[in-house]
Design a protein around this ligand. Structure first.
Ligand code: IVH
Length: 698
């Protein structure tokens, strides 16, 4: 990447442009292109250059996001234009009243009025000021007239441009721009943050809004920089030179060109029916967005009409917020039960008085672990706040202490596994308590088998959860290897198992016997080894024997494997019962192709490949790992430098682009054939063997 004969000033400019562009693609266009490692590498190179040549430093450099020292408090800053709130519409009737009232004031028909509709993002509102194209201030909403200056914290958000992007038409950026929007945290970011806090005893947040607001109020910007925050723009408060008779929607597109992320859910609609229809659809989509919204905001689109309508008290007459039902509800905690997971983790589960939360009845919620129970200070009989959002498991987030009944009971964490009675262990420094029974514990056995048979593991068709439960409860299956000894006659004696489905299952098992090394490694269910890590391990070591004998140091040399994963992998393969299970699987005929990892040049050295669309025979991670094992670099998007595009089913824009650029394209079948051929080249002929047991030890 570093080009030795480049002048440092040119390299600095190039690196900044590349980093800004990567951010823009990631946050604004939602089309990530640069891998995280490449981003980090460029950022480090830029840091080195700026340290070496201080005259090249700039406040707008991507290295300066986390530059400011911790402060002792925030200073207050007045808003040049007050930050108003919105009036609410609580139902469709009130939405209709809003539209009709606007039409009346403007003396036009309601049906001819155009509105820009947007999700009402549930986070923390901030205002960003750009002077001369660079970010000069970032302020919280405060009381609407003035807020806290949190510029140093906001600079750490990669979705906030430090300097404005010149737009496509070549127009320069505005002299002054004040942009307002919401800082939010996605559901996945929030879950990860809380998970980390639960493990390390940090602060657990009740919801993404609190997490976003709390993260912005950190006195040390370095802390804010580690929080998964995103800024989405929804309003231009000031722009100089002033724009004429544009629309709100046009301004949003202009913001996008200037480097801001705007909602992907903006829509222009007309009249009462258009507005109501949008709110209904957004309500249905609410749980699939991956971030919290608490309603929809409906804005008159024409800025000229907005000016004509003006404001009343603290809210504009040209906009209204349609509120969705709350994602948190109060209910009674009736009981707590303890579930045992695949790795033996004991999870306390709250049994609740059923309550409807944003349209879904919730009767169970997770309490995570003993520390969380202590943190919440929750007892059986308490009134608790339950939160659900998207696909996230419902959670108990708060307790109404004042309402605690006199007969409330303490929650007692069991000392023995509720399923197999083995001791429960809690390792030093770990939050999670685990059943020590391993595969002796039927609960762990069931979960391990479900994982083993799942689509991304051995993909055993017809072996569903219910059936696995019966097989374990009847003691027919103790280890995954036992599955392969099941006969159709035997299976057909189970309730709800016909002759045909029994035969199908036996056939599916026979087919699953031949698998791939990444799938096999994933199927073993090693802690923290997901599909991508399994693919990396397979690509790196090539054979199961090499993987099984690797020490933690060798394991840490694998892409994306750190000390924790390395320790889990090494511990797993050291356990005699795991080695026995693996041997038993090989004995019942499990097989896969193995490849020697060659040290010399590889067939695809120096080539860049791109994968797109869905493949039948492997996942994209698997394809990527196999290409990497052959020496190729796998990129996220097609460019002139792409050597070849693998186009699976429903390939879209990448395929079009490859065709436009004249990049070679192959389909799944062609790809498979090539892979087999090149992988053959990797393996020295005398070592080519089918790994039915493929253990090349000795
Ligand atoms: S427009 C003058 N648009 O809702 C109008 N607000 O009560 C300014 N909010 O504090 C607001 N999503 O933080 C607008 N798409 C959106 C919004 C939005 C969320 C928040 C905003 C404000 C509150 C209004």
């Amino acid at each position: 990447m570093s080009q030795p004969y480049q002048r440092p000033e040119d390299e600095v400019v190039r690196l900044r442009a590349e980093l800004d562009d990567a951010n823009y693609r990631y946050y604004v266009l939602d089309e990530p292109q640069m891998a995280d490692v490449d981003y980090d590498r460029r950022l480090r190179r830029l840091q080195t250059l700026e340290a070496e040549y201080p005259e090249l430093q700039s406040a707008a450099s991507p290295t300066q996001r986390v530059g400011a020292p911790p402060s002792s408090g925030f200073t207050e800053r007045a808003h040049a234009v007050p930050m108003l709130s919105l009036d609410n519409a609580l139902d469709e009737q009130e939405l209709a009243v809003f539209v009709e009232r606007v039409a009346e004031r403007l003396e036009c028909s309601a049906e001819s009025l155009e509105f820009c509709c947007e999700p009402k993002l549930d986070g923390a509102a901030v205002s960003l000021v750009y002077e001369g194209g660079t970010l000069s201030a970032g302020v919280t909403r405060g009381d609407g007239r003035s807020g806290e200056d949190i510029t140093s914290n906001l600079r750490t958000l990669r979705s906030i441009p430090l300097s404005l992007v010149g737009d496509e038409s070549g127009r320069s950026h505005p002299d002054v721009l004040e942009v307002r929007g919401e800082v939010t945290m996605s559901h996945s970011g929030f879950e990860q943050l809380n998970e980390r806090a639960r493990e390390q005893g940090g602060k657990v947040f009740a919801n993404p809004r609190n997490a976003a607001a709390g993260s912005l109020r950190q006195l040390d910007p370095r802390i804010t920089s580690t929080r998964p925050l995103e800024f989405t723009a929804y309003q231009v408060a000031r722009i100089e030179p002033v724009v004429g008779d544009a629309t709100h929607h046009e301004l949003m597109l202009r913001l996008r060109d200037l480097g801001f992320r705007v909602s992907s859910q903006l829509e222009l609609v007309q009249g009462v029916s258009g507005v109501i229809d949008y709110c209904r659809r957004m309500g249905e989509r609410r749980n699939t967005l991956g971030y919290d919204i608490d309603g929809a905001v409906i804005k008159v689109n024409e800025l000229r009409l907005q000016r004509e309508l003006g404001f009343v008290a603290r809210a504009p007459r040209w906009a209204v917020a349609f509120k969705f039902p709350a994602q948190e509800q109060m209910t009674r905690l009736n009981d707590v039960e303890f579930q045992v997971g695949r790795t033996g983790a004991i999870t306390p589960v709250a049994r609740l008085e059923p309550v409807s939360v944003a349209g879904v009845t919730v009767s169970n919620a997770t309490l995570h672990n003993a520390d969380e129970i202590a943190r919440l200070d929750v007892m059986i009989g308490d009134t608790v706040a339950v939160r659900r959002a998207g696909d996230v498991i419902p959670q108990v987030v708060r307790v109404q202490r004042e309402q605690r009944p006199a007969d409330a009971q303490a929650i007692v964490f069991p000392e023995c596994c509720p399923v197999c009675d083995s001791d429960i262990e809690r390792l030093e420094g770990e939050v999670v308590a685990r059943c020590s029974g391993g595969l002796y514990c039927p609960a762990q056995r069931k979960e391990a088998l479900k994982h083993f048979a799942s689509r991304r593991a051995l993909d055993i068709d017809g072996l569903g959860e219910k059936l696995i439960e019966q097989l374990v409860d009847n003691d027919w299956v103790k280890t995954p290897a036992d599955l392969f000894d099941l006969s159709a006659e035997h299976l057909a004696t189970l309730p709800r198992m016909g002759e045909k489905s029994s035969e199908n299952l036996v056939a599916a098992l026979a087919q699953a016997r031949h698998t791939s090394l990444p799938r096999f490694i994933y199927a073993l269910g090693i802690r923290e080894v997901g599909e991508a890590t399994a693919a990396n391990l397979s690509a790196h070591f090539g054979t199961l024997a090499a993987l099984m004998s690797a020490d933690t140091q060798a394991l840490e040399a694998v892409d994306d494997v750190g000390p924790v994963v390395a320790a889990h992998v090494s511990t797993f393969f050291r356990q005699p019962h795991n080695r026995d299970t693996i041997q038993a699987l090989i004995d019942v005929g499990l097989s896969w192709e193995e490849s020697e990892v060659r040290r010399g040049p590889t067939p695809l050295d120096g080539q860049t490949w791109v994968l797109t669309g869905a493949m039948q025979s492997m996942t994209r991670d698997e394809g990527k790992a196999r290409l990497q094992a052959l020496g190729a670099k796998v990129a996220g998007s097609v460019s002139k430098k792409t050597h070849c595009l693998v186009a699976g089913d429903a390939a879209g824009s990448k395929l079009t682009k490859a065709e436009q650029l004249g990049v070679a394209v192959i389909d799944e079948q062609g790809f498979l054939e090539q892979l087999v051929e090149w992988e053959g080249e990797l393996v020295r002929p005398e070592q080519q063997n089918e790994a039915s047991g493929g253990r090349k030890d000795g």
